[in-house]
Design a protein around this ligand. Sequence first.
Ligand code: 8NA
Ligand code: MG
Ligand code: MG
Ligand code: MG
Length: 345
Amino acid sequence: LDGLLKGKFRGCMLGTLLGDCLGAPFEGEPGSKVVVQKFFEKIDAPYKKSPQKTYTDDTAMMKSIAKCLIDKPSMDFKYLANLFVKEYYNEPRRGYGENVVQVFHKLRSSKFEDIYKPAREQFHGTGSYGNGGAMRVAPIPLFFNNNYEAMIEAATQTTRITHTHSIGVNGALLQAIAIHQSLMLEPNEKVDHQIYTKKLIEKMKAIETDDIHDLHDHTPYQTQLKKVSELLKLESSKKEVTEDEVVALLGNSIAALHSVPTGIYCYLKAQNEISGINTDNPFRRTIQYAISLGGDTDTIAAMAGSIAGAHYGEECIGENLMKHCEFVDEIIEMADELYKVTPKS
Ligand code: 8NA
Ligand code: MG
Ligand code: MG
Ligand code: MG
């Protein structure tokens, strides 16, 4: 797999970018397979002069994590907090979460004295459970692909700069673990969804150990993953599951609990054909299906896209889709730089 890894780095980071750029126009909408299929038919055609799709906070923050790893390969979280803040003040209109901007203001005005304090103060001291930690995490499982424990530690500290609620942190960990698992797969082979989800559940068992006092269920991600697994099992016995059923069961909101497992489901389901989604390409199918669910489309597509990109690699990402998105060349360059500084086995 080592020879493939460079293409998988590109695929994974492009997955975040393309899911973000192509999903952003639908953010907050109810979701429609028909509308999204029409959109993709236009996008997945030779680039003429249709307007470029722009990225949002998901990619903006992923860039900072990649830059941090490239500049300081041992990881410097204070430097990362600085990069997040710098990026935000350079381009504040990238569609950041409503409340996370308070963290940036406080980090700056406190001169980064305690980089975790502003995040701890969010939502009356409960911390954010938004999907902002998960949406940007891709470079961490890439860089730490050889060291699982270090990956978990770095993903945790990276997330805690803005999100301290265990739902927010554990959502980012689950997303990192999924990317890590898919990075190890052969690009041309399908993965067994039952084995894949079982492995995720086992790993989350080691993570979901703290009491989450405001929650009834103390192992909420394991519960969600069991639903993902059940849905996929149902579908392999030829039962069709509608988008409404998926949204009702797994969610499509900005809450990490109701979007990270959904992204994983999109990736696994899209290994096979999906009715109403006309493409042979499993990467496109992944993000197109994620966007068809509506809700937090850019973020769910970015998360699902980065997992799919880690599995299939850059080869699988269509030239047409890339030509319609801004910042593709820069992300490829960043993925290559990240690959260069990544410890090899
Ligand atoms: P965040 O930390 O501001 O969280 C996002 C939202 O989640 C908050 O504004 C709250 O509504 C809610 N929330 C989180 N934690 C709590 C809590 N403990 N108690 C009550 N409510 C809570 O920002 P983030 O970085 O997590 O947000 C990421 C999302 O924002 C991504 O989807 C990104 O694309 C962006 N975004 C989403 C939308 C959308 O409509 N879905 C719109 C604009 C931006
Ligand atoms: Mg966004
Ligand atoms: Mg809750
Ligand atoms: Mg979003």
